[in-house]
Write a protein that binds this ligand. Sequence first.
Ligand SMILES: [Zn+2]
Length: 210
Amino acid sequence: MASIPKSGYGYPNHVARAFLLELENLMGKNGVSAMLNRSGLEPWIAAPPPEDTERGVDFAEFSALLAALDDLYGPRGGRGLARRAGWAVFPQILPLMPALRSVADLPGRALPAPEKLGLALQALAEAFTSASDQQAAVATEHDAFVFKVTRCPACWGRKVEDGPACAAIDGLLEECIHWLLGGEPIRIEETECIALGGTSCSFRIPRPAP
Ligand SMILES: [Zn+2]
């Protein structure tokens, strides 16, 4: 696997740690060791990123981790694992990111679903933009919200040809929506990906019925 030059942009230690530990639940210790060896992150086998909010993980490291998953399990399998890890990581980061903590009572508020969803996505975009060097914003279309990441830790420095690469973010968004609105888990589509040549990694979320 080609190594990805350091970006100088940082991702929160606790988020990368939660992903890593969740991947260990899904793949076992040996699977995670193989992934870390392949991504040049051997030191994380003995010492994963600490559980703090420092931006200690370079985007290139997080992205290399996800690239190694694709390499080991194929794009379909690797991104399936990244997506499932994202589901489990969302509730763990919720109490640790101030912008998300401020909407912790949102699921119980008496607001129409589209309004709630707009507020939650905005909070998620702010949480990552303020707590990391990820840049995210939410655009509103008449039948959908679009969560746009213009500096993306999930595909930093990668070029792919086999479909959008940022399934870890799909998973976070899907679990955020499930937490917020309950009901059947929904599937989110990444409609544009920087690793595919796009200008942003964009995730289209259909507007729910009020
Ligand atoms: Zn991306």
